[in-house]
Ligand binder design. Structure first.
Ligand code: GRG
Length: 296
């Protein structure tokens, strides 16, 4: 078996190629919108969600082409959320993935349309070709993706986040927000990746859903720590924004030491749940450790 870093580089590279093919080319109209969509998606990002999709697929022996398709949809939705999140009406940021944000590089109206178009392109992409053995399952998967993206998932989490600025949240309230805002797509990535392959039993699916929930939260705990500790050049986005914007975070609530401890405890919980899957869960276990110990 290849090393984790080789596997990761391979998935990142095949995701980049798959996205390049999936996105509309810049020589067909509307050319400026297509250029901005490609600017938002290509050539950056850790591709954590595609890595989770492929790690999930390893648990059910899923075909790589199906996993690429689901990965592209998740990255398009993720990129849309970042483009809108960076706009002046939300987080008002100028730097993303080490480049000017889309509304800075293009303009605000284009940024709005980039998000709209990426979201619909994502759903078209998973409707265009088989991603599961059974069409009924494919429809259920597309429904899960919609649920994870919408008002009871990521968009809802963003609404809770915007309403929480300047407020003192409890740990439970903070967790509720992140389970939706960041966690929903991360959880969906694993669940959808698994469903691209053979059926697992209900107990196994429930275990993996729990792992997805835990990884979603620990991703955010680490994101909060990095926002407090890392510098802008390393992150490729403006560091220290949470404190500057008076946002409740795991660090503001618990302090860095306890937040780190919490991330390690969550990591162990996920690894314990993955242990019964043996070798099939190896990539997901490695990825969980990578997410906890990442530096950007
Ligand atoms: C605008 C509907 C709407 C939703 C936005 C996820 C989100 C909701 C906003 C992003 C704000 C943010 C910085 C959240 C913290 C966690 C997070 C999702 C970080 C960015 O994801 P990474 O680290 O980014 O996977 P890359 O660039 O590596 O893809």
């Amino acid at each position: 078996m290849t090393t984790f870093s080789q596997w990761m580089a391979d998935i990142q590279q095949r995701t980049e190629s798959a996205l390049d093919r999936a996105l509309p080319p810049t020589d067909i109209a509307p050319t400026r919108l297509h250029e901005a969509m490609r600017y938002a998606v290509l050539g950056g990002g850790k591709r954590v969600r595609p890595l989770l999709v492929h790690a999930g697929g390893q648990l059910s022996g899923a075909a790589a082409e199906r996993l690429d398709r689901v990965s592209c949809a998740l990255e398009m939705i993720h990129a849309y959320s970042l483009v809108h999140d960076d706009m002046p009406c939300m987080d008002d940021d100028v730097l993303r993935r080490g480049k000017p944000t889309v509304h800075v590089q293009f303009d605000e109206a284009t940024a709005l349309l980039v998000g709209d178009a990426l979201q619909t392109q994502a759903f078209q992409h998973v409707a265009d070709a088989p991603i599961a053995d059974d069409p009924q399952r494919q429809i259920a998967m597309i429904r899960q993706l919609a649920q994870a993206t919408g008002s009871r998932g990521m968009a809802g989490g963003q609404a809770i986040d915007l309403a929480a600025v300047g407020l003192q949240l409890s740990l439970a309230e903070l967790e509720f927000m992140h389970i939706h805002k960041t966690g929903a797509l991360i959880r969906a990535s694993i669940n959808l990746g698994v469903q691209c392959g053979r059926s697992l039993n209900d107990e196994q699916m429930a275990s993996l859903d729990h792992v997805g929930k835990v990884i979603g939260l620990l991703f955010q705990v680490v994101d909060d720590i990095l926002d407090a500790e890392a510098d802008t050049a390393t992150l490729g986005k403006t560091a220290g924004k949470d404190a500057a914007n008076d946002k409740p975070t795991y660090v503001s609530l618990l302090g860095v030491t306890r937040a780190r401890q919490l991330a390690e405890e969550m990591c162990q919980d996920a690894l314990d749940r993955l242990a019964p899957f043996g070798d099939a869960g190896q990539r997901l276990a490695e990825l969980t450790r990578f997410i906890v110990h990442r530096q950007f």
